[in-house]
Each structure stands twice: as C-alpha cells, then as structure tokens.
Design a binder for this molecule. Structure first.
Ligand SMILES: *Cc1c(COP(=O)(O)O)cnc(C)c1O
Length: 386
C-alpha cells in the first residue's frame, strides 16, 4: 500500500506509488538505465541486485498501477501479451480455461495456438450469457478469462457474477481491463483475482510505448507471479516504464474527454442513415446499458458500428477517413479507426468470427481527445463516400 491509497483517483494517477527522489528531490522517478547494482559485500545490496528482477523505475510504475486498480501488488511486463502469458503460466498441463468468446485477437491466439499445444485447453463462450458460462466449466477448469467491454463488440460481462461463479468452482479469474481502465471500473473490488492491462493502450495513452501489467491483491499469488516474471523475463525497460508512468498521470483527464467525445459520436452515428447498428455501452439502446452503468463510471472511449453495405462500404469508410488514422491499437490521444475483420481480428477463423457476431462491415473507433466537431466532420465526409 502506498501513501496515497485513501485519496481520489486523479490524485492517485499523479502521485500513486511515487515519491520525489530522496537523493536529489527530482519530482519524477529517475530513469534508472542500469542492468546491475554494486554490492558492498557478496549478497549485501540495497534491495536491488539485477534489473530483470528489480529496477527502481519499474517499481515506481508497478506501484502506481497497483494504486490505480486499488490493488496491493502491480507487475509490469514488456507487453500486454507478456502479462497475459505470465498469468497463464500459473496453470499446469491438463488445466482448463473458460474464456470470453469476444476476446482481443492476440489473447485468443495465445490461448488457442500456444497453450493448447502445451495441454492447457480453453473453451470460448459468451460470458454475457450466465447459463452458457456455467455450462462451459469442467472439473479441470482453473481459470476464467474475461474482457469487458469486449473487443470489438463492446459487450458487457457482469464481473461480480462471473468472478463469484469462478471462485465457487475453484478457478482464478482474470479480467482484462485494458478497454475500461481503472478510471471506469476496478475489477479487484468486484471479485477478480488478477487484473490484466495492455498499458500500450489507455494507461500509456500516447501511442508511443508497448507494455503490459498485472495487478493482484493476494500475497501468495503475487509471489508466484513475481517468480514467473523473473523466470520468464519479459520485463519492460526503464525508459518504457518512465513513459507509461508519465502517461498514467493524465489518465483521469484523458478518459473524461475520450468518453465525452465517444458518447457524442455514438449518438450521432446512431442517427446516421448509412449506419446500421452502433455498439456503445453508454447508449440507452445498448443491450446491457443498465449493467454497464452499474459497473462502469461511463461508456468509455470505444465505439463500434456496422455500416450499411457490409465489407465494401466499410472498406470505403476506412480508406476515406482523414483525421481518424486507419491503424490497429487504441487508447491513445489521437483517434483511430480499425477494420476488425481485416485487421485486428483476422486471426480468428471466419466461421467463429461470424458466430460471435463480428461481421465484415464492422468498424471500431478509438475516439481520441481532439475536438469532437472535427471528428464528426471527418466521419461525415467518409460516410458520404459510400
Ligand atoms: C492490445 C491488447 C492486448 C495485448 O497487449 P499488447 O501490449 O499489444 O501486447 C491485450 N488485451 C487487450 C484488450 C488489448 O487491447
């Protein structure tokens, strides 16, 4: 626990887990570009021995992330996938995972194409359907993997319900909180054992660094993850930690503006004649709007929509936007547009993609913090080209 854990979220963004440098007063944690630390006698050091194991800049980031998620322990990784990999490493051959079927493509690939070969099987299920979720459990189920809002369909899973079902079955629950960020929801308080982040996205927030994190409360779980982090070695460098930490300081401000812009764009799209469906948890028309408003502070910064005319029409919009950049990733200050079926989710087999409701005409927006009138102007001209 840090000194700031009883303070408001914005205060923790800026101060959580950090103190000015005692030697110099530097207000930002220095970037400790060092691989090793001098010992005064063999085995006698100041708590730092080797930078894969521990680095002061990384510690500052890990403490900050823990504080934001309301958790006791944070662990930083070289990418979100490295963090995910470390969480799956808690399992053994023969163990089974129940995962959300509307999952980040890379997480799906990790579970399906990497861990299945090693004897850890996953069942992908609609975690918004309680009966289907319960049915997916096997006697060997040891982990539940939830992403909410999901990607790219922005479906909402009831975290409290799913983590309590997982716990009753003796399974650890992992909640990927990349889309929501702790500004919108804090899964540990809703029963999750492990919160996962791709800090590449909103936490870093400036599209300039790749990273990942896990946050947990349980001391024994933390110790095991710390052992795995050091054994596998997918740790971020100090400069990456510094950049992520700098980004995290404005998370609350950015998230406010992301959500304001996204909710205006979602309402505008819903009224547009070239648009079939809009998926945004903050819209009253969203199938799980009530749950979203209970679980999340607001609808967040991601909006997905289907244009009339399927693949061809959606490709035109993707090619014609000018202010929205056509790119994978999300969560940065600049607005991005993604074509999930062709770009981020292409590794999911077509039949499975369609069964999950991910159509070829779907577009996903990561709404940035620009002036919303300019963003709507850009979408207006792109949709007019269909
Ligand atoms: C990007 C992302 C990941 C993977 O993170 P990387 O930093 O790209 O390795 C995992 N989950 C979600 C929801 C993501 O958006």
């Amino acid at each position: 626990m840090s000194d700031h854990d009883d303070q408001g979220f914005g205060t923790r963004c800026i101060h959580g887990g950090q103190k000015p440098c005692e030697a110099t007063g530097a207000i930002m944690p220095p970037v400790y570009m060092t691989s090793t630390y001098v010992q005064s006698s063999p085995g006698v050091n100041q708590g730092y021995d080797y930078s894969r194991t521990i680095n002061p800049t990384r510690r500052a980031l890990e403490r900050n992330l823990a504080s934001l998620e309301g958790g006791r322990h944070g662990l930083a990784y070289s990418s979100g996938m490295a963090a995910a990999d470390c969480a799956v490493h808690l399992l053994s051959q023969g163990d089974h995972i129940v995962a959300c079927n509307d999952l980040y493509g890379g997480s799906y690939r990790l579970l399906r194409a990497v861990y299945e070969q090693l004897g850890i099987e996953s069942t992908f299920v609609d975690t918004t359907d309680e009966a289907a979720f319960r049915e997916a459990f096997r006697p060997t189920t040891r982990m539940v993997w939830i992403e909410t809002p999901s990607n790219p369909l922005l479906r909402i899973t009831d975290i409290e319900l799913c983590t309590s079902i997982a716990r009753a079955s003796g399974a650890l629950s992992v909640v990927d909180n990349t889309f929501a960020t702790p500004y919108l929801q804090q899964p540990l308080g809703l029963g999750a054992d492990i919160v996962l982040h791709s800090t590449t996205k909103y936490m870093g927030g400036h599209s300039d660094v790749v990273g990942g994190a896990l946050v947990v409360n349980d001391d024994a779980l933390h110790e095991r993850l710390r052992f795995l982090q050091n054994s596998v070695g997918a740790v971020p460098g100090p400069m990456d930690c510094f950049l992520t930490l700098r980004g995290a300081k404005t998370l609350h401000l950015r998230m406010q503006r992301h959500a304001e812009n996204a909710s205006q764009i979602a309402a505008w799209l819903e009224a547009h004649e070239a648009v079939d469906t809009v998926m945004y948890p903050g819209l009253p028309s969203h199938a799980q709007h009530a749950l979203a408003m209970r679980q999340m502070k607001n609808g967040g910064g991601m909006v997905s929509f289907e244009v009339r005319g399927g693949l061809d029409a959606s490709r035109i919009v993707a090619e014609r936007v000018r202010l929205f950049a056509l790119a994978e990733s999300l969560g940065g200050v600049e607005s991005l547009l993604d074509h999930p079926a062709i770009m981020t989710h292409a590794s999911i087999p077509v039949a499975e993609r369609h069964a999950a409701g991910l159509t070829d005409g779907l577009l996903r927006l990561s709404v940035g913090v620009e002036d919303v009138a300019d963003l709507i102007g850009d979408l207006t001209q792109a949709l007019a080209e269909i």
